[in-house]
Design a protein around this ligand. Structure first.
Ligand SMILES: Nc1nc2c(ncn2[C@@H]2O[C@H](COP(=O)(O)OP(=O)(O)OP(=O)(O)O)[C@@H](O)[C@H]2O)c(=O)[nH]1
Length: 536
């Protein structure tokens, strides 16, 4: 083979290699183009998802898209990506904060809705379910969208339910949620909406004030419920505030006085004790001196006997010394008597002071006990209040879980109570609550805990009642109350209760048990009110 044919062959081989290299490069370029277009598509989608959240992020993502489409150098693309990742990081922190804020607002809105009186039972239950689902914070804002729409639907439902009785001329409580743009006058009117005044009046009934101040408060409360002009209501509210402050000051002064007296008495007792110790020390010294004198007189006497020359002289000397000793002994006994007396006087004095102190403490202790009792008692009906119920029921549950017994919980709610307030006034409503409370107490078995849970809702705790006996007693109570002859403004009115009852089960906790009794009560409402529903 000559040189030229060898070179030709090599040239062909080289061309083949070149062709294959070009082909691989083309395929690599195609791959890169494919990846880059995939990346551009991904970034476009990312931009769309995050669009509007952050203007700077929007711009940077647009720039990145541009760099990719122009196949810009990798260094430029990398620099852009670093900036975008930082922005995304900041955004994720802001996002977490937003989620926490929305979570709080959501729950607050739900709890506010729960506080509105007169919500239909099923709404209340579903709301409770929704709120228990959102106890834990969600991972993304988007997850709150369906929950918010559900909450809005509940608000809408509540508004509609509340709007129903407005025909009677009463503003529904739900109208209290005012748009910010409303004029000042409109807000004033809504502020003194009768339902707000009612709420204030209800809260005032639970204040444990002194007897005098409670009477003052009752008088103002009456005026508050009759005078409806903004100015008058404002003046009454200021009066109420003054009474509460005065009661607080009285309480503070009486505690201060007691402490001042206590400290004065303690100071006198302390100085008396000091004095006694000093006197005792002094008398100890005087006693020691007299003892020394006696001892030296005795020693002297022995010396006299030893030194005496005759019996007569001994007799005379001893006589003389004995007289000395006798007078020293008399001195000693007088001194002892005197210091005894002084000590007894001081002790008497001290004991009188301690007596006085004890008396003062007793007065204060009674006051404290009285205050404690009041804080556990509903001021209007004198029944145990919600705090007392919580306390009693929690203890009963602990005993039950230790050793099960027939523990039953009953929730009683007055039917259409709002109508009584709206038609005959708040004072008539208060009186009704008192009568119902007394009637319940008189008509349930001995040892049953009776409490006012709040508003027009009462609770009973039975510690030993079989299902049959319990429902029998509750039905009898229900019938008795329905037959009570209430008379308002010469109108005969019958008042009924919806009652829900249940026995506590081994797997219950306080909330589950209460929820069951409460749901039974709502069932009674739903099924037409004026009835007892027992659930196992
Ligand atoms: N007079 C008076 N009214 C109170 C007191 N506490 C709560 N209320 C009123 O009780 C009423 C309760 O009304 P709602 O929750 O709508 O219940 P209701 O009218 O009994 O309706 P149902 O429960 O469906 O039968 C509200 O108007 C409260 O203002 C109080 O201490 N005194």
């Amino acid at each position: 083979m000559n040189d030229s044919s060898v070179a030709k062959k090599q040239l062909v081989a080289l061309k083949r290699k070149l062709d294959s290299a070009i082909e691989s490069r083309n395929s690599l370029e195609e791959d890169a183009n494919l990846h880059s277009s995939l990346l551009i598509q991904f970034i476009t989608k990312l931009s769309l998802v995050s669009k509007g959240i952050d203007l700077e992020l929007d711009n940077r993502l647009a720039q990145l898209r541009m760099l990719f489409s122009k196949s810009a150098p990798l260094n430029d693309i990398e620099a852009k990506i670093v900036v975008i990742s930082k922005l995304l990081q900041q955004h994720s922190i802001t996002n977490e904060k937003n989620i926490a804020h929305l979570h709080d607002q959501f729950n607050q809105a739900g709890e506010n809705l729960q506080k509105i009186n007169g919500l239909p039972g099923d709404l209340r239950r579903e709301l409770r379910g929704l709120l228990s689902k959102t106890k834990e914070s969600k991972d993304a804002l988007i997850q709150y969208v369906p929950l918010l729409s559900q909450l809005l639907a509940f608000y809408d439902y509540a508004l509609k339910a509340k709007n129903a009785p407005t025909k009677q001329g009463v503003l529904p409580s739900a109208q209290l949620i005012l748009p910010v743009s409303q004029s000042k006058n409109d807000i004033n009117l809504a502020l003194f909406d009768s339902s707000i005044l009612e709420k204030i009046s209800v809260s005032l009934s639970t204040l444990p004030l002194s007897k005098g101040h409670t009477n003052e408060l009752l008088a103002i409360k009456k005026k508050l419920m009759t005078d409806k002009s903004s100015d008058e209501v404002l003046l009454h509210l200021i009066d109420i505030f003054d009474v509460i402050v005065a009661d607080f000051k009285d309480e503070q002064n009486s505690a201060k006085n007691f402490l001042t007296r206590l400290s004065a008495t303690l100071t006198t007792v302390q100085s008396a004790v000091k004095e006694t110790i000093v006197t005792q020390k002094k008398s100890q010294k005087t006693n020691e001196k007299i003892n020394q004198k006696l001892q030296s007189q005795l020693v002297d006497m022995t010396g006299t006997v030893e030194k005496a020359l005759s019996l007569n002289q001994v007799k005379e000397d001893i006589n003389e010394k004995l007289q000395f000793i006798a007078s020293t002994l008399e001195q000693k006994s007088k001194f002892e008597q005197q210091s005894h007396q002084e000590l007894a006087d001081k002790l008497n004095d001290m004991s009188a002071k301690v007596d006085q102190l004890e008396q003062q403490s007793r007065v204060f202790e009674h006051k404290l006990i009285d205050q404690q009792r009041k804080s556990m008692q509903d001021a209007l009906t004198k029944l145990a209040n919600r705090a007392a119920f919580d306390n009693y029921f929690a203890k009963a549950m602990v005993r039950f879980h230790h050793k099960p017994f027939q523990l039953a919980l009953v929730v009683l709610d007055i039917d259409d109570f709002k109508k009584i307030n709206d038609t005959y006034g708040h004072t008539a409503g208060d009186k009704t609550l008192q009568v119902i409370a007394n009637t319940i107490v008189k008509n349930v078995s001995k040892g049953v805990f009776v409490g006012r849970y709040g508003g027009e809702e009462f609770v009973l705790i039975y510690s030993q009642a079989q299902e049959q006996a319990l429902t029998l007693e509750l039905n009898a109570l229900n019938k008795y109350i329905a037959r009570l002859p209430f008379k308002f403004k010469s109108n005969k009115v019958s008042i009924t209760l919806s009652i829900g009852a249940t026995h506590i089960r081994a797997d219950d906790n306080i909330h589950i048990a209460f929820e069951r009794a409460d749901q039974a009560m709502y069932k009674a409402k739903k099924q037409g009110k004026n009835q007892v529903i027992y659930v196992k």
